[in-house]
Write a protein that binds this ligand. Structure first.
Ligand SMILES: Cc1cc2nc3c(=O)[nH]c(=O)nc-3n(C[C@H](O)[C@H](O)[C@H](O)COP(=O)(O)OP(=O)(O)OC[C@H]3O[C@@H](n4cnc5c(N)ncnc54)[C@H](O)[C@@H]3O)c2cc1C
Length: 366
């Protein structure tokens, strides 16, 4: 008797078998696994090459729950994603403060808020002492995401729903065939009927291996800085719409970001991309202009992560046009945490029922 999940495919021993193999244990893969489990699809195995969930972008972000993205198809998912985060207690409802250094700097965002029916309060100045702005747009329903708990909730939800999660297991090669894929991992081969590419910065490499689109994804580095400087305002976060800068309170101090985008090589297993020299000088310049009282603040931590984009900077969710057994949940760029729970739900509906993914369908790159 062959145990469930094992089939004999080769003379040299049994091969593990699964209906849906998800590659990537960041928010894209974890949320998809959780939402598949919620739909009763439990013959699911998620692999990640690193020992922990969210080792890369999903564990190195700012945790800002900002709904307005400038792209309607993304904002639909960030609005829904944030609502889901709030419902499961993963959002601190601080509100969000979008600032215009120049008059009119927040106008496009105000129009977007109206189009989505999001409550927004606008007015002159920043409303926060020490932050320079001509105008502000406050979104009361924005907030700060509990990133660690979000990853844990998705992982636990997937596990308790029946999915298997395996960390520290890298995919080395993929052999696509008529019935699915034979996947070589460093813990042995796996046969999967369907494959989900949720590999973040490595999505292009995985897509190519799986016989799908060979798309030029762009992994772009962005740094975050933490200062122990006490910040009197617990919330909301402040993000300049017309300047590359945001900050928010974090752990009794300040989290700051120069909103830069830098092409870098993907890091080897177990490592993060190196920090760039000069980033603190950039921060100092930004502070002199936008928050001069903070220009000399002490810095205690500097780190970075990758924001990975498709060529048109739209998320890529749906079946591959070249190999329909391959499914993409990739290119989440800078909105993966805010949209993550809605993205996982959309991906699970598309996988389970063939729900359309509209402008995010990979077919646009065929
Ligand atoms: C500095 C910074 C700030 C950000 N701030 C915010 C924010 O405030 N709000 C927000 O909503 N979003 C933010 N983001 C964006 C958000 O973090 C990303 O959109 C999201 O984390 C992407 O998730 P992912 O699962 O696609 O990728 P990842 O988290 O990178 O996961 C991909 C996984 O695939 C695995 N993998 C790759 N290749 C293999 C292989 N061969 N075998 C096995 N596993 C493999 C990797 O180990 C990795 O764990 C920020 C990002 C950065 C970098």
């Amino acid at each position: 008797m062959v145990p469930h999940g094992i089939c004999i495919l080769r003379d040299n021993g049994p091969m593990e078998r699964v209906e849906i193999l998800i590659i990537g244990g960041g928010i894209a893969g974890l949320s998809t696994a959780w939402h598949l489990a919620r739909r009763g699809m439990t013959d699911v195995l998620l692999l990640d090459r690193e020992p922990l969930p969210g080792f890369y972008s999903s564990g190195h972000n700012a945790g800002i729950g900002r709904q307005l993205t400038g792209k309607a198809e993304h904002t639909a998912l960030t609005v829904s994603g944030l609502q889901r985060l709030a419902e499961v207690g993963l959002l601190e409802p601080t509100g969000g403060l979008l600032l215009g250094a120049e008059a009119g700097g927040t106008a496009a965002l105000a129009r977007e808020a109206e189009a989505f029916g999001l409550r927004a309060e606008s007015g002159p100045g920043s409303t926060v002492a020490g932050l320079r702005a001509e105008e502000h747009l406050r979104i009361p329903s924005d907030g700060v995401i509990d990133v660690d708990r979000m990853l844990a909730v998705c992982a636990e939800g997937a596990r308790s729903g029946g999915a298997r999660l395996r960390f520290g297991c890298a995919v080395r090669a993929i052999h696509p065939g008529a019935e699915g894929f034979e996947v070589e991992t460093d813990q042995g081969p796996i046969r999967a009927a369907r494959l989900v590419n949720a590999a973040g910065g490595w999505a292009q490499a995985l897509g190519r291996l799986a016989g799908g689109l060979d798309l030029a994804f762009q992994p772009l580095r962005r740094h975050l800085v933490w200062s122990p400087q006490p910040w009197p305002v617990a919330g909301p976060w402040a993000w300049w719409a017309d300047r590359p800068f945001y900050l928010r309170s974090e752990s009794g101090g300040l989290l700051l970001c120069c909103v830069e985008e830098e092409a870098v090589d993907l890091p080897p297993r177990g490592q993060q991309p190196p920090n760039r020299e000069g980033i603190l000088e950039d921060l100092s310049e930004r502070l002199k202009e936008l928050a001069p009282d903070l220009a000399d603040l002490p810095i205690a931590r500097l780190w970075n992560g990758l924001r990975t984009f498709t060529p048109d900077r739209r998320f890529m969710i749906g079946a591959d046009p070249l190999n329909p057994r391959l499914f993409w949940v990739a290119g989440l760029g800078g909105h993966g945490m805010t949209s993550g729970l809605a993205v996982g739900d959309l991906a699970a509906r598309a996988l389970a029922e063939g729900a359309p993914t509209g402008h995010l369908d990979p077919a646009r790159f065929a």
